[in-house]
Design a protein around this ligand. Structure first.
Ligand code: AMP
Ligand code: MG
Length: 352
């Protein structure tokens, strides 16, 4: 009897210990929460947070979307009351005082304009407007219109004063367009906000530009990221038509391509990316993916390489530390071209 009691107590104690063990493991395990797709900056954003518990993960996601909204309100080209609209109306003759955020992002954009020799050019807006009107009228712009727009483009005519936080356009009619860098900027800001809110890992995605940090879900070592296949453009909002799956840790990836946003003029596809040297829309590559340490750099470089084409684009990427590029050449060739270290990020190349 006494012996049975002892055995029962021992079994009960062991069961308690096991239960406690599993409880501790469960409590230790971070929670993974996804925001679902939400509209922002003319595209869709999705945020995955890895945090201690559900409440913390929710707070991290909220912090990310707050950044997205603040940045969109500040930097939208189309919102009449954005700071960017104010800049485009009043920086000539200027000077015009800027908020710290606007100054910051424009300063970064100028750095990338210089680094890429103007392939990325933050003052491209007059040409973007011209091609927008051309698409509306279904007629390509004439030489005189192109020359006029080009005369108002050139990052060297944008004057920033770092002491005063002011901007000035040297020429009337100049305008800036942050469409090639704003997504990256917002992603980096969101990552910072999520870290401050206690995230131990995250994936932040705006329109396919993505940055990851920290702990991937389910004990994995890498975050796996699909890069859309431009040959399957109609399905770009659906999952499953990837040309590549990348594996990343603490880095960012941006993809520029003519398959997501383009204009049809007389049945001909025109990319939303413009070569400011010629004023023409760029058609050298169907997809450009850049992987590097932060999203602003990835975003700006992907736009620049789209303009430069394969040879000059890869040459630029090879010169920049910690940057790799994976390109798909234009229709009908569709050849995969990689910078020297590009392979280490590729998990799968899907057959087409
Ligand atoms: P992304 O999708 O990041 O490649 O950026 C494309 C957007 O950047 C376009 O919709 C324009 O707003 C803007 N853009 C177009 N051409 C250029 C260029 N050469 N340099 C900088 N921004 C550009
Ligand atoms: Mg870009």
């Amino acid at each position: 009897m006494e012996k049975n009691k002892k055995i029962l107590t021992a079994v009960f104690a062991a069961a308690l210990l096991i239960a406690l063990f599993f409880f501790l493991i469960a409590a230790e395990k971070p929670v993974v929460l996804n925001s679902g797709r939400r509209r922002i900056m003319g595209t869709f954003a999705s945020v995955t947070a890895v945090a201690e518990n559900t409440n913390a993960a929710k707070k991290c996601i909220q912090a990310a979307f707050r950044q997205f909204e603040d940045i969109e309100n500040l930097l939208s080209y189309h919102k009449a009351d954005s700071e960017l609209s104010n800049i485009n109306h009043n920086a000539y003759p200027g000077p015009l005082k800027l908020s710290q955020t606007a100054f910051d992002v424009i300063e970064r954009a100028v750095v990338f304009s210089e680094l890429t020799g103007g392939a990325f050019d933050v003052t491209v807006a007059p040409l973007v407007d011209l091609w927008q009107s051309a698409a509306d009228a279904n007629a390509v712009p004439g030489d005189a219109e192109l020359a006029d727009a080009r005369s108002k483009v050139g990052y060297e005519k944008l004057i920033l004063d770092v002491n005063e936080n002011t901007i000035r356009f040297a020429e009337e009619g100049m305008k800036i367009d942050l469409g090639g860098i704003a997504k990256g900027y917002a992603i980096d800001k969101a990552v910072e906000a999520m870290k401050n809110a206690g995230a131990v890992g995250a994936m932040v995605d705006i329109g396919g530009d993505i940055r990851v940090f920290g702990r991937p879900p389910k004990g994995k070592k890498y975050w796996h990221i699909g890069v859309q296949d431009p040959r399957d453009a109609e399905n770009y909002l659906l999952d499953g038509s990837y040309m590549l799956v990348l594996r990343l840790q603490n880095s960012a990836v941006a993809t520029s391509g003519d398959y997501r946003r383009f204009a049809l003029i007389k049945g001909q596809k025109h990319s939303h990316i413009i070569d400011t040297q010629t004023g023409q829309t760029s058609s050298r590559l169907s997809s450009v993916t850049v992987i590097t340490e932060n999203a602003v750099k990835a975003d700006a470089l992907a736009t620049a390489v789209s303009v430069l084409g394969a040879e000059k684009g890869i040459a630029l990427i090879e010169k920049i530390p910690q940057a790799e590029a994976i390109l798909l050449s234009a229709h009908p060739e569709y050849k995969l071209i990689k910078s020297t270290g590009g392979d280490k990020y590729i998990k799968v190349v899907s057959p087409y």
